[in-house]
Design a protein. Structure first.
Length: 454
């Protein structure tokens, strides 16, 4: 990294950053009371609020949002006439999943092979630490040249829309000239990347009932309708033979024109087992950034342990559908519901519940803010040019912010490169990426302030 005062300051702050991320990762802040106590999210929110107050932020508040979560807000005023930049992260995390599959405890930040492991280390508690590092570096080198608003969401991973609805009811709160969403990541370690598109999502629960109760499979099997078999048929209907998502009325043949993702690299990043085929058709970039993708993320039925020879009376599944830019998530939900109802066999009773939704997002990569970020990335990543890529995940707040503040320039950066394994076991963050992106964000704020002076 090219020596400069900001980079030197960030480097000197990395031990403190590790200590703080250790404290923050220790909270099991899953915004689902069925998974973790609400007190864990409350403690994480208070930690974030305390960190903002310690940095001199004013008007620090814990915002009670309509979905029952808390978002943390703070304002750091800049020089008179300076532009305002909103920095975003979220402190809630995905569940730990199978704790036995973690090499080290999921809520203890652990250094191993040059990376820091722990749930939320990259997604997105590390993103909040990145913002703190950038601001501290600026304060140590002449001051922060812009007014800064920080918003740290408490239920992003649940997709329940609390912050979106709060922002819609209080539109003055998050108004800004530029918005940096610190919740995406580089295409790979060492390659500076901004995210140009996000797929939206819809999350639904599907329940199929066929009998008043389970029946002896020897006495009734063969004629009694099996709810689990019906569910399996419905779920299978969502994909064609090569694994492509097929939902009647939903376009699934769009093409990604930008940065490509070689098959071999994807197989390595996704840790696909030897001999197992990738699913779908077209390029990998087509499949993960430009097309819809359905995933069955959970099934409730009789477990294998303790199973009895019975015909299941009821079965339930949770389904995630990723929706690419150019398609409407609400319309995609309607099409998914209609598809399921059409493909439910044997006149089984089907009930459908939507549990989350977010629209896809398309950024303006030609805005002045992107020029400022590209220049900053060249400093933080010597010899590398900033790339634009898609992201298969969803950040529902982006569209809300774009609608509320159409004049604002929105940039998406972050720590969730492929090796981070976000949403999986053994999530980790690269401390080098945390350092470089903090340097980049600090220089971006300097560049952006200068760009607005003229």
């Amino acid at each position: 990294m090219t020596a400069n005062p900001i980079a030197e300051t960030v480097a000197s702050l990395m031990p403190r950053a590790k200590a703080e991320l250790t404290e923050l990762v220790a909270f099991e802040s899953v915004a689902d009371p069925a998974v973790a106590p609400r007190s864990e999210c409350e403690a994480a929110a208070n930690w974030v609020a305390g960190a903002l107050r310690a940095e001199g932020f004013q008007d620090v508040e814990l915002l009670d949002t309509p979905d029952g979560s808390q978002s943390v807000y703070g304002l750091l005023p800049g020089p008179a006439g300076a532009p305002t930049v909103l920095l975003y992260a979220h402190y809630d995390v995905q569940p730990k999943l199978d704790e036995s599959a973690w090499i080290t405890p999921p809520f203890e930040l652990t250094e191993r092979n040059g990376r820091w492991y722990g749930r939320g280390a990259a997604d997105c508690k590390g993103g909040f630490i990145m913002h703190l590092l950038a601001l501290r570096a600026l304060k140590a080198n002449g001051g922060v040249p812009v007014s800064v608003k920080v918003i740290v969401e408490g239920s992003e991973e649940q997709g329940t829309g609390g912050l979106e609805r709060y922002a819609e009811a209080h539109p003055e709160l998050l108004t800004a000239d530029a918005i940096v969403i610190g919740d995406t990541g580089n295409f790979r370690v060492g390659l500076p990347t901004v995210t140009a598109t996000l797929r939206g999502m819809t999350m639904i629960r599907l329940t199929i009932d066929t009998l008043e109760g389970n029946l002896h499979s020897g006495q009734f099997g063969g004629a009694a309708p099996d709810a689990l078999a019906a569910l399996i048929r419905v779920l299978d209907s969502l994909r064609d033979e090569d694994g492509s998502t097929v939902i009647e009325g939903l376009t699934a043949d769009s093409v990604w024109e930008g940065l490509q993702y070689p098959d071999a690299d994807f197989r390595k990043d996704a840790k696909v087992l030897d001999g197992v085929d990738l699913i779908g058709h077209g390029t990998v970039a087509d499949r993960i950034w430009a097309r819809p993708a359905v995933t069955v993320i959970g099934i409730d039925c009789s477990p294998v342990a303790g199973a009895t020879p019975s015909v299941p009376a009821s079965a339930r599944a949770q389904i995630s559908l990723r929706v690419p830019p150019g398609q409407d998530a609400a319309e995609a939900t309607k099409l998914l519901f209609a598809h399921i109802e059409k493909h439910t066999p044997w006149n089984a009773r089907v009930s459908l519940e939507q549990v989350g939704q977010g629209q896809p997002f398309l950024a303006d990569v030609n805005s002045p803010a992107y020029t400022s970020m590209a220049d900053a990335m060249r400093i933080a990543y010597p010899g590398e040019e900033m790339q634009s890529a898609g992201m298969g995940g969803s950040i529902p707040l982006c569209n809300t912010l774009a609608e509320l503040y159409p004049q604002a320039e929105i940039l998406l950066i972050g720590l969730s490169e492929p090796e981070a394994q976000i949403h999986a076991v053994n999530e980790s963050v690269s401390p080098e990426e945390l350092e470089r992106l903090s340097v980049a964000e600090a220089h971006f704020l300097v560049n952006y302030a200068r760009s607005k002076q003229g």
